[in-house]
Design a protein around this ligand. Sequence first.
Ligand SMILES: Nc1ncnc2c1ncn2[C@@H]1O[C@H](COP(=O)(O)OP(=O)(O)OP(=O)(O)O)[C@@H](O)[C@H]1O
Length: 326
Amino acid sequence: MIAVDSLRKVYRTPREIVAVDDVSFALEDGEIFGILGRSGAGKSTLLRCLNLLERPTSGTITVDGVDLLSLGEADLRAARRRIGTVFQHGNLLSSRTAAENIAFGLEIAGIPARRRAERVAELLDLVGLGDRGDSHPSQLSGGQQQRVGIARALATDPAVLLCDEATSALDPATTEQILDLVADINARTGVTVVLITHEAEVVRRICHSAALMEAGRFVESGTMLRLVGDPESRLAEILLPTGNPDRTIPGRHLTLAFADERAVDPILSRLTRDLGVEISILGGTLERVAGHQVGRLRVAHDSRDGVTDDDVVDYLRAAGVTVTAA
Ligand SMILES: Nc1ncnc2c1ncn2[C@@H]1O[C@H](COP(=O)(O)OP(=O)(O)OP(=O)(O)O)[C@@H](O)[C@H]1O
């Protein structure tokens, strides 16, 4: 398990910049956690603190019960091996083959050559590059280089895999393949994954839980299902947008959120029939998120014959839909 408590990173340049401001979270083993934020939100700084490339100003990072910031040099080196990082541009050594890049961390860890070769072969297979071990980075596509980067990050069998905008230099189809590979590795090995990204699609496609980061802080966080089920969640609006509906459309505007069987249940047609109200759909998204079919809709209803707004809201809530005034 990885837990972060009250993490802060302040740069003095000499102007004081609080890049990470009181960030806390705790992840279960095997969770895929996405941190979504715009440029400058502090994502990279947070990630560099998590992989101990930078020392936080204050706070704690605990992996499997060990407070990493309290460790001495030798223990810290060992602890770093429990945290693998995949970088945006792969950061492979151009003079080394794919296999040699993957072996690098194992060499430093003092793993004997035979065991190293076995592990590298296993990892090349895991990332779907079993026949490209002898290729140099310049002979590999961006997606293949990222596969090597993932294999290298996994070489020392880390508890946590950190992905630093690992797909943002890739085209959409390759991005999907790499994300699916990360999800597959997570399912097969149980490694906990932390992804930082500015792309909603990355979070939507594979994350179990997510946070929205702004100006160094987590302004929202939670499981994907809880977030998208909260009609007021800003993160949900980024992940499953309901659009920017025309406020001049008459009737009361509501935002609805629903999941699983409710996403395929004809609740709105039952509502119009049972209460005799007219419903207009103003915008929304239906998607598969974290293994669940979920939806967010913005609707306008025009009540008549004594049916009140509360009647409509109560009806929808009784049917298992989360409702809020839009
Ligand atoms: N080494 C540094 N020295 C001083 N300020 C820094 C340093 N690194 C980052 N910052 C500042 O910290 C803030 C957060 O930057 P950071 O790179 O972590 O954001 P980000 O969300 O990763 O953005 P991007 O995706 O553009 O890299 C910014 O204001 C940035 O200027």
